[in-house]
Design a protein around this ligand. Sequence first.
Ligand SMILES: [Zn+2]
Ligand SMILES: [Zn+2]
Length: 231
Amino acid sequence: MKKKRRELDRARAVVYPDRCALCGNLIPYATEICPDCRRNAPIIRGKRCFACGLPQDDCRCKGHANFYAAVTAPFFYRGVARQGIGLWKFRKAEHSVIFFAHALASCILDDFSSVSFDVITFIPQTDRERAFRGYNQGERLARAVGERLKIDVKPLLVKLYETQRQHTLPWYRRSGNIFGVFECADCAFVAGKTILLIDDIKTSGRTLNECAKMLHLADAAAVYCAVIAVA
Ligand SMILES: [Zn+2]
Ligand SMILES: [Zn+2]
């Protein structure tokens, strides 16, 4: 039976060849990324600053206090990690989101091993934003991580109105751009919960912080963040 399945998988790979989750090039059967990307992936190693997610040697935040307890990420937002995130977000490469979800799950298990999460959530979109992309990509990522870690995923926040994309704005306008944009969707549920908030990229961290603030205003016990990559 197993042999039959392997044969079927190989036949499928001929018709739909596997592609590298980061660069999109063809790769050998049953691998996730190509040897070049494996060598060049900008993995964050060593002791981390949990306030900004960067290695302590690269930290520029000096442990700045946030509403979230800690943030972790497997990659720097550059090189093939950036390319892979683009592949997923703009070409909707499903194998890329699965690869990133696995990388995120490993990072969460390593860095938050002492934390017991009640629920996973994600950054919400307005209905129009969701309609534009066809679905909420952050939710897709969160659900893949939830499946891997066996933790329930729930939408706990709503986005009240549209904003300009944070990375298109100068730093001094970023806080104002998202201030008061999010609201807790289910305050009764959130009270007392330890929440894992998932997103794709952390740049200034203001969006994560604003969402963590709203969850704390609804009496969350703690909010931890995990993102694919830190800029
Ligand atoms: Zn590759
Ligand atoms: Zn830092």
